[in-house]
Design a protein around this ligand. Structure first.
Ligand SMILES: Nc1nc2c(ncn2[C@@H]2O[C@H](COP(=O)(O)OP(=O)(O)OP(=O)(O)O)[C@@H](O)[C@H]2O)c(=O)[nH]1
Ligand SMILES: [Mg+2]
Length: 294
């Protein structure tokens, strides 16, 4: 029997905020590479993550959800980063929609952007585990996209035929591809250093543990990672927020909130690094963090 050649390529994931792009990549890779949350703007910059199986290797480019109205400075920057990622060379585009939400103007805008990308495209209709909600509103897209898959990224349902399709569209791996893409690291997250990744894990806890407003006014910066000994790692990090009133909410009465966020983050960092973690976490007000860090 003919042994088929291994495949290699880049797959771009695009869609509105919150449709489940990052959840899809994490569950596929079997490891958290991108943080997820029910809040929009969870992903703030493109994440490059490596998937591999016996058929070959794929670099998934998970992008921040595209906003219809990018009113504040951060939303503008985030949208811009996605638009840049879209312009980079990819082999396949996965356009993800969320059938648990109505189709609206924002979806129309994303569709307009997707239409202009001149690459093979796959439509992925996500969150089918919630039952058919607004599935009918997305059906018209089936005329435009030859390949349509209805999946649950969260529950890993119907993703196998989707992966078969993606592999069928990818080119064969050429000698030198791995070097060119810097794939010599045995780690799936390709474009974040450990400080940035740990900051993301802490930011995820902020997203999950605070109310509506705070996540969009907040970022996390890891200042120091020090191996104290074989077992213990010391991490110094700060949560930056634009106003004192948000700082007060993040600290909580008697420091309860920041302690909760810290404890939750510490557990996950310990799990991810297989080390005991001492997390030194503070909250600071910095009205200009968006200009400094994004
Ligand atoms: N029920 C259900 N929920 C899902 C599914 N996929 C994702 N979610 C949830 O939807 C929310 C958003 O998921 P994310 O993966 O962060 O979405 P995203 O598209 O990466 O969002 P942005 O980074 O903001 O663009 C999270 O609460 C996920 O748990 C799914 O298949 N079914
Ligand atoms: Mg995301």
């Amino acid at each position: 029997m003919n042994q088929s050649k291994r495949k290699f390529g880049r797959v771009l994931l695009v869609g509105r905020p919150n449709v489940g792009k990052s959840t899809f990549v994490n569950n596929l890779i079997g490891q958290k590479v991108a943080i997820t949350s029910p809040k929009a703007q969870t992903t703030r910059f493109p994440i490059h993550a490596l998937y591999h199986d016996e058929r070959g290797r794929i670099i998934f480019v998970d992008t921040p959800g595209i906003f219809n109205k990018a009113e504040d400075a951060l939303a503008k920057i985030i949208n811009h980063k996605t638009m840049q990622a879209i312009k980079e060379a990819v082999d396949v585009v996965v356009y993800m929609v969320d059938q648990s939400r109505r189709r609206d103007f924002e979806e129309g805008r994303v569709l307009g952007i997707v239409r202009k990308i001149d690459r093979p495209k796959i439509l992925v209709i996500n969150k089918i585990d919630q039952g058919e909600r607004y599935l009918a509103q997305y059906k018209f897209l089936e005329d435009e996209f030859k390949d349509v898959f209805v999946v649950s990224a969260l529950k890993h349902q119907h993703t196998k035929p989707l992966m078969d399709k993606i592999f069928s569209l990818l080119p064969e791996e050429k000698a030198g591809d791995a070097q060119q893409e810097n794939l010599t690291v045995p780690y799936p997250l390709l474009n974040l250093d450990s400080k940035t990744f740990i900051a993301e894990l802490i930011r995820e806890k902020v997203l999950l543990m605070t109310g509506e407003e705070i996540p969009y006014r907040t970022t996390v910066v890891v200042e120091e990672i020090k191996e104290r000994n074989d077992k213990l790692t010391y991490i110094k990090a700060k949560i930056l927020t634009t106003e004192d009133r948000y700082k007060r909410m993040l600290v909580g009465s008697g420091g309860r909130k920041i302690k909760e966020i810290g404890a939750y983050a510490r557990k996950e960092i310990a799990l991810a690094t297989s080390k005991k973690i001492y997390l030194d976490l503070k909250v600071e007000t910095d009205p200009h963090w968006q200009e400094t860090y994004y």
